[in-house]
Write a protein that binds this ligand. Structure first.
Ligand SMILES: Nc1ncnc2c1ncn2[C@@H]1O[C@H](COP(=O)(O)OP(=O)(O)OP(=O)(O)O)[C@@H](O)[C@H]1O
Ligand SMILES: [Mg+2]
Length: 306
């Protein structure tokens, strides 16, 4: 079997986005201006970002044998993300997110996790997860798939480094997340998630708490301010790139792609943070989470890589 630079394991969904005149409240009627469907899922976006940067990547996840499932599969194939780690269920429905965006850009989102929440430990291919340098985990809404991630992390061989973007869902699990945290090599929360998880508003203290639990590298995403990165020996606050913001959806996922790319290619901690900021900044210059994700040539063009 092939071996990967990174394998993702997280929820998969098709985002169904309605541009609307106004987000309706209860018992109100408004109208739709435009509609589009795009492939999403936090880890999936990150792995697509890594594939664009030339990394060899795969994915563990579940979809149904329905129209959305086919879109998700095609979305991966188009981007050179290996699909042999995916489970395609005969029954159930693929995950979707129904989103309403008004003229001002305010959003209302409804997540239907569908089959994402039914991933059994027995149905995932462990060998697939063992043959990668990094296993990148993001959240599931349901308990079953979270337990499966926990079990997988428990049995991972030492050569596989766990990467975790908790999102608010997993940050709120607090002590329940500990078994994964203890085995996490690189942890990439945003500032709010770090605060929820550690109970301190001081992000430097927050990272200390997690380093003591065994995390090796932490990158805290600070939105338009940039990121704070530390490995317990060095630490840097790295300013964000100043760009024309079009849509910040997936900025965090793109950051993870850039940061992980840095680690995969043996860059210093500072450079990893800078590449993370850069990849995120390109992503927010375009609509959607994936369109703006850059290629190696873009990094060279902007003198991020030489
Ligand atoms: N306005 C901005 N200008 C430039 N860079 C930005 C801006 N907003 C975000 N970024 C970049 O994107 C990274 C991640 O953004 P953010 O901190 O919002 O993550 P997040 O909250 O996890 O996002 P997401 O909603 O995608 O999960 C930041 O660390 C920064 O590098
Ligand atoms: Mg995030």
């Amino acid at each position: 079997m092939t071996s990967f630079d990174a394998v993702g394991f997280g929820g998969l969904n098709v985002d169904k986005l309605f541009k609307v005149d106004k987000i309706a409240t209860a018992n109100e009627e408004t109208f739709v201006i435009d509609y589009k469907e795009i492939c999403g899922g936090s880890a999936a976006n990150t792995l697509v970002g890594l594939a664009r940067l030339g990394c060899k990547v795969g994915f563990i996840g579940k979809m149904a044998d329905d129209r959305e499932g086919k879109m998700l599969l095609e979305g991966f194939r188009r981007e050179d993300v290996d699909t042999n780690g995916l489970t395609i269920a005969k029954h159930g429905r693929s995950g979707i997110v129904i989103g309403f965006v008004d003229r001002k850009g305010e959003r209302a989102l409804y997540v239907d996790p569908g089959i994402n929440d039914t991933i059994e430990f027995d149905e995932i291919n462990k060998e697939y997860a063992f043959k990668t340098d990094f296993l990148h985990l993001t959240s599931f809404i349901g308990e079953k798939s979270f337990q499966t991630q926990k079990k997988l992390v428990e049995i991972l061989p030492a050569n596989v480094k766990v990467s975790l973007d908790p999102g608010e869902l997993y940050a709120r699990k607090r002590t329940m997340l500990e078994p994964i945290i203890k085995k996490t090599f690189v942890f990439m929360p945003n500032a709010k998630e770090l605060e929820i998880l550690t109970g301190t508003t001081d992000y430097r203290k927050g990272t200390q708490v997690l380093l003591k639990k065994g995390v090796k590298i932490i990158a805290v995403k600070h939105g338009s301010k940039g990121c704070y990165v530390t490995d317990g020996k060095e630490d840097y606050f790295i300013e964000a790139f100043k760009v024309n913001v079009v849509d910040t959806t997936g900025a965090g996922d793109a950051f993870c792609a850039g940061f992980l790319y840095g680690l995969i290619s043996g860059k210093s901690l500072y450079e990893c943070g800078k590449i993370g900021n850069f990849v995120a900044s390109r992503s927010i210059m375009k609509m959607g989470a994936r369109d703006g994700l850059p290629r190696i040539e873009d990094l060279k063009l902007h003198k991020i890589l030489y």
